[in-house]
Design a protein around this ligand. Sequence first.
Ligand code: PEP
Length: 250
Amino acid sequence: MPKSVRPLIAGNWKMNGLGASLAEALTLAEALTEIPANARVALCPPFTLIGRMATALKGSTVEIGAQDVHPQASGAYTGDIAAAMLADAGATLVIVGHSERRTMHGETDADVAKKVEAALASGLEPIVCVGETLEERKSGKAEAIVCGQIEGSLPKVLEGRAFSVAYEPVWAIGTGLTPSNEEIVAMHAAIRAAIVDRVGETGRKAAILYGGSVKPANAMEILALPEVGGALVGGASLKAADFLPIVRAI
Ligand code: PEP
C-alpha cells in the first residue's frame, strides 16, 4: 500500500453481541499492546455496546466504531441514532453505506453522502462501504458500479479529512467466497483513482480496506496486495482468537 496510508483493520460485529461479548473485546485489547505495521484496529459493536466497550477498552490500542448513523443531528427519527450520540458514547469511527444497509434499508449513494457529512460534523471518521453484486461482476460492470458509488457517496467536504473506503463485493460478504487477487488489485487501483478524482490529494491518504470473507487463513495473502490498506471483517471479528491473527497478518 502507498506509504501515505495508515492501515486499518476494523471488525464489524453487525447485530451480534451482548454484554458478555465484551470479554472478547478485552481479550483482543490485552493482546494488542502493540499493533504491527503502525496499523490501527477498531471494533464496531452494535449501538448498545458502544458505551460499555469504550469504558472497558479505555486507554487500549483498540478504537471503537459504530455501524451506521442518521444524517440529521437530532429530531423525530424514532429508532435512529445521531453522530453526536455515537461520539458521546465513545465511538471515533462509523461505518456508512454497508451493503446490508444499502439493500435492506434502501440506502442510496446520496443518503450515504449525507451520513458521511453528519459523521464528520461530529468528529467521527467514516468508513464508506462500496461493492458490486455478483450479477454486476458477471456482466463486467463491477468497476463502473463501484466507481459510481464512490462518486455518489463521498461528499466534497471529505477534502482534508480522515476517512477510509471499504471495498466489499456483496457476493463475498458472509459467503466464504472472495475475488481473485487480480480482481482485488484491479478494483483497489480503480477505487484509488476514483477517490483522488473526487476529493483530490486527501484521497491518497485514505486506506482502502478489503472486506468480504476475510479469515485468518486468507488474511496475509489479501493484506499483502498492492493498495489493500487493511480489512473490514465481519464474522471473523466476533472472536478474539479469529480476529487477532487477521490483525497480525498486516
Ligand atoms: C462485512 O459484512 O463487512 C463483512 C466483511 O462480513 P464477512 O467478513 O463476514 O464476510
